[in-house]
Design a protein. Structure first.
Length: 150
């Protein structure tokens, strides 16, 4: 595993949710998902009732997560691209996911799990020199640096 992949997995472990992206009926879509990292692969938990797992299973997907709403001066975003597969997680993995939501869009939550075998990993790091993320009022006073690792 490369240094970039190790860094991306470490960052992903800091947040619980991200977004999975692929296409369904030739249209792109992005859906929220809960994730854990197990054996260097990303394991997702989605709501079966939305049907997104059917579009993802066997397809190339992108899964991204970030800390953009953290208020930190050091922001990051990671993306894993690879083939998704529906799986049955081990008991230990189920425990790691923690509590399930009771409902999604007013319907009882019905979990489905997908594993992504990463083929490409991207890490973006945004460092703010002296403040937390820029607002329009302070945009002129903050130096921004974007680092891209692929």
């Amino acid at each position: 595993m490369s240094t970039d992949e190790i860094r991306a997995i470490e960052l992903l472990g800091r947040v619980a949710y991200g977004r999975v992206a692929t296409s369904m009926r030739a249209m792109p879509f992005v859906a929220p998902a809960r994730h854990i990292v197990a054996d260097g692969r990303v394991l997702l938990r989605l709501h079966r009732g939305l049907g997104y797992h059917r579009a993802c299973n066997g397809a190339v997907v992108a899964y991204g997560a970030d800390n953009f709403s953290s208020g930190s001066a050091h922001l990051w975003s990671v993306q894993f691209t690879g083939t998704a597969e529906i799986v049955e997680p081990a008991e230990e993995e189920l425990r790691e996911f923690g509590t399930e939501p009771e409902q999604v869009d007013g319907e009882p939550f019905d979990p489905v799990y997908m594993r992504i075998e990463p083929q490409f990993v991207t890490v973006h790091v945004l460092d703010y020199a002296s403040e937390t993320p820029v607002t329009r009022a302070t945009a002129h006073s903050v130096r921004r640096h974007l680092h891209h690792v692929a």
